[in-house]
Design a protein around this ligand. Sequence first.
Ligand SMILES: Nc1ncnc2c1ncn2[C@@H]1O[C@H](COP(=O)(O)OP(=O)(O)O)[C@@H](O)[C@H]1O
Ligand SMILES: [Mg+2]
Length: 297
Amino acid sequence: MSAKIISVANMKGGVGKTTLSVAVSQSLASGAGARKAAKVLVVDLDAQANASFWLAGQAALTEQIDQGKAIDAFLEDTIVFGKAPSMQDIIRPAKALSDHLFLAPSSPNLRLVERELIVFLSRRHRNLMEVERVVSDLLDQQLATLRKSYDVIIFDTAPGISALTEAALRLSDLVIVPTVPDYVSNLGLLSFCRSVAWSSNDIPNATKRLPWVAANKVKKTKHHQLMLEQMRAEAGAEFNMLKTEIPSSPTIDQIASDLDMDGKLAFDAAGAEVFAALATELVELAARPAPQVESAA
Ligand SMILES: Nc1ncnc2c1ncn2[C@@H]1O[C@H](COP(=O)(O)OP(=O)(O)O)[C@@H](O)[C@H]1O
Ligand SMILES: [Mg+2]
């Protein structure tokens, strides 16, 4: 096994990063459509911990956080206290959704820990770039082991700027940017997509690595349809567009808003179908060989 790494990211909140991460993971892990069930790990890098609440349920997540088995404690133990824990130790099954689905949970404390890491490392004369490098090297090292145990690893990232998001973007085979096709949501989209292309440990190849925009909460309104048309016309230069569009749906909203479902995920048939289509599209893209760089000679 060598897992494909997919990050779901956008500096804007509320665009569906967590909804897509969880729904696609569940679809992949349950083998929806004609696919074989994949073994999937969701890594929650958002201090809001929505994906963790969703996949573990509130009681189990609270217990796990109290035991220091979330990503914040893992980072602090490794970077600040110099211990050598393994991310494997914080991973838990998300069995209620699928036997093949696993979670490395986050905790609200992650925000404090991220700050602490920056202060800790800058006191040791590391600048922000180096902080990102420390976090990215650590994740990379953990992924070397985790890749062998999963088919797909999905990072659900935080809105805004975070060293962890940056690290996840660098290490991903595929970056998915959910967005709502309206004027306000699209304001920062292009600059975010540019920043993704350059978030790479492989700078010469960076511009080849375009993020894939996923249109979410799509309505049949003229405004949404025009915006989508324009985005599809612009695709190919600084971002690509996924074929699958996720409609604005009250069932999706209801399920994704009720984060203490203890693992229940009951989209209606239309919702399940659209996330299965999205999952298939992502698997196909992730399987494509990395783009070749033209030699300078
Ligand atoms: N396709 C959709 N249709 C309707 N509501 C949606 C859809 N996707 C997400 N939502 C709702 O939008 C809100 C934000 O979604 P979320 O996945 O938490 O975004 P993010 O992780 O980007 O902050 C949630 O309340 C969720 O229920
Ligand atoms: Mg989220």
